[in-house]
Each structure stands twice: as structure tokens, then as C-alpha cells.
Design a binder for this molecule. Structure first.
Ligand code: SF4
Length: 277
């Protein structure tokens, strides 16, 4: 197996990272996925205030099967773009920050890419964080939620669940994938009373249709376990990655939503009885 490169830390997930795991033999990748003893990570970043409560250490996994038109990290779509990281090394990162995270009432967030593409690694790393006394959050689109057992759901103290759309056709246009598995995962989390924060990316012309927002809000409110909703305004910070990776970017002409549109969208969630920011 190849030696691990040193640069696990990144200033932000907006650093473009490619081919960092390309020399890992296929058999080793398969073993890593099956055992969770090694994962593929874009990076670790520190100091996030937007990926869960308090100040967060975030591990960004590589690998995602969705193709969201607004994705700001398309370099995380491919697992071989990630750095191969042993569970022991990743756990060491957690250990380094655990006291600071506690002081800042923060914790560890596993994000991506889609973290559950490497669900064995995700389970082990979240478990390692909990064992160190660190609050854990799992940021996921929920598509592979059924890969986690009920007991494994408990390893995430909080789930940051991305609800990107409601209407199946709109959802497919926006993400390339079906919405059903995400809804099924949301309902399972609700049935098990797991705390959830919903994340909704507001993209003018794509996800801002009032009916669509209202249906997402009604769905989230009915679950009964959604503690808050974060309305995340679309931005263009990831556009350069699409260009550098030679991908066709369809949102060149889309502007970030106005403050008024963000507020109006938050109001829809609030009128459904949710806390929205
Ligand atoms: S689910 Fe996340 S990482 Fe995957 S394509 Fe969508 S925005 Fe990008």
C-alpha cells in the first residue's frame, strides 16, 4: 500500500484535490471499503462554524454518486481523488483537537462528498470520535442511509440531512438521483428520534419554487425530530473546480439569492413550525 501523503489539512474544502489516491491498488480499495480500516479523504478542515453546533473539525470524504448542478466540490465525486488515510491516522487527528472542540462546544463532522459511500470507515471514525468524548455529526444526502444499522445510527449525535428538493422530477434534474431513499432515511431517523438539522441549498431558478419549498418544509415539520433548518444560499465558489476538471457547468448565469429571497424561504420553513436560519 502506498505511503500516506502529509497534507491532510486544508485551509478549506474549496482546495482542488485530484488523483491523491490513484495509485492505491484496486484490491486495497475494496479491502478498505469492506473493513473501514482505511478511508479516502479530501481533507480535514478546522474552525468551521456552519457544519453543526459550535466550532467543528470536519473530515471531507471523497466519493459521491450524486451530480448536483451546484456542487461546489466536484473533485470529491471520485474516491481516487482522495488521500488514502488509515483509521488510526484519522483518529489521531481527532485526538489532537478533542480538548479544543470541547472548550468551544463543538465537535467532529463527517462530510463529503457523500460520507456513506465509505460507510464502514464512516461508522468506525464516528465511533472513534464518540469514544474520545467528541460530539459527532454526519452530513449526508441520506441516499445510502440503509447501509447503517439502527445501532450505528447512534454513532451520529446529530445528522445534517441535505434535502435538496421534493418533486421527484425536479430532484432528478438538480441532483441526477431519486429523492425516495433520502425521504425513507429521514423517516427512519424520525422513527428512531435521532436529532436532525435539515440543510437546504437555495438556488434561484432551481430550488426556489414556492410550492417546492413549502412541500419540503411540510415534510420536514411532520418528521418531528428536525431541530433546525439551515437555508444555504447558492454561491459560485466551486465554479472554478468544474472548469478545471473539464466538467460542463450549467449554472454560470445563476446569481446567488438575494437576502430577501433567503428570508422569504426561511419564513416558509418557519411557518411550518420549524426554526430556520
Ligand atoms: S451530494 Fe454533495 S458532494 Fe454529492 S454532488 Fe451533491 S453537493 Fe456534491
Amino acid at each position: 500500500m502506498q505511503a500516506e501523503p502529509q497534507s491532510l489539512a486544508a485551509k478549506s474544502p474549496f482546495e482542488l484535490r485530484v488523483n491523491l489516491g490513484k495509485d492505491v491498488p484496486e484490491a486495497d480499495v475494496r479491502t478498505a471499503l469492506a473493513t473501514g480500516e482505511m478511508g479516502f479523504l479530501h481533507s480535514f478542515t478546522t474552525g468551521s462554524a456552519v457544519d453543526g453546533p459550535g466550532v467543528r473539525l470536519v473530515a471531507w470524504t471523497a466519493g459521491c454518486m450524486w451530480r448536483c448542478l451546484y456542487c461546489h466540490n466536484p473533485d470529491t465525486w471520485t474516491m481516487s481523488n482522495g488521500i488514502p488515510v488509515t483509521l488510526a491516522r484519522a483518529t489521531e487527528e481527532l485526538r489532537k483537537y478533542r480538548h479544543g472542540l470541547r472548550v468551544m462546544a463543538g465537535g467532529f463532522t463527517l462530510s463529503g462528498g457523500e460520507a456513506l459511500m465509505q460507510h464502514r470507515f464512516a461508522v468506525k471514525l464516528l465511533g472513534a470520535a464518540q469514544a474520545l468524548g467528541i460530539h459527532t455529526a454526519l452530513d449526508t444526502n441520506g441516499y445510502y442511509g440503509d447501509r447503517l444499522s439502527d445501532a450505528e445510527l447512534e454513532l451520529a449525535d446529530l445528522v445534517l440531512l441535505d434535502l435538496k428538493g421534493f418533486d421527484p422530477e425536479r430532484h432528478r434534474v438538480l441532483t441526477g438521483m431519486e429523492v425516495g431513499p433520502t425521504h425513507a432515511f429521514a423517516e427512519r431517523l424520525a422513527a428512531r428520534r435521532r436529532p436532525v438539522w435539515v440543510r437546504f441549498v437555495l438556488v434561484p431558478g432551481f430550488s426556489d419554487h414556492p410550492d417546492e419549498v413549502a412541500r419540503i418544509a411540510a415534510f420536514a415539520a411532520k418528521l418531528g425530530n428536525v431541530e433546525r433548518v439551515d437555508v444555504l444560499p447558492f454561491h459560485q465558489m466551486g465554479r472554478f473546480k468544474w472548469k478545471q476538471l473539464g466538467l460542463e457547468y450549467k449554472l454560470d448565469d445563476v446569481k446567488p439569492p438575494s437576502a430577501e429571497l433567503v428570508e422569504r424561504t426561511c419564513a416558509v420553513f418557519r411557518s411550518a413550525g420549524l426554526q430556520a436560519y
